[in-house]
Unconditional design. Sequence first.
Length: 158
Amino acid sequence: MINNSIDTRKFLNTCETIEKTIGKIYRQFVASTLCDEELKAIWIKMAEEEDQHATDIGFAARLPHEGTFKVKDLTQSRVDQLLDLTKKVLNKAMTSEISTETAVDLTLKLEKEFLAVHIASSLEFEKANMRQMFQSIVQSEEAHYRDIRSYHAKYFNH
């Protein structure tokens, strides 16, 4: 595998924006879809945790950095694509009527994508504190994915 370098601050700032956008998406889903109390609680909890992830990552971005970190399976382009995806989903959620099933499907897709990026970044950081932060986010994202996948299986598996 080719070793690439990613600008640490730019990467973290992009991840922070992604997390903030995701929180907005889940709040928009609560506001604009006909969802039951169970799904509403899942989305609200996820939105609050995404906000906390954004705060943690934003704090990390403001810490002194050596500039770059080495990666094998992650590029800034990949993270930028994920940011673009979240912005498109937020725009769609705000401007279109989305069915509950579509919103749940989008949530599954987003959580799966975030999990892959967070796992890659938690494995790539050499500094223990950064690695630990991303591993903590991974655990949270895994719980999000399990919760929404379980809800999907319960109500939408045909």
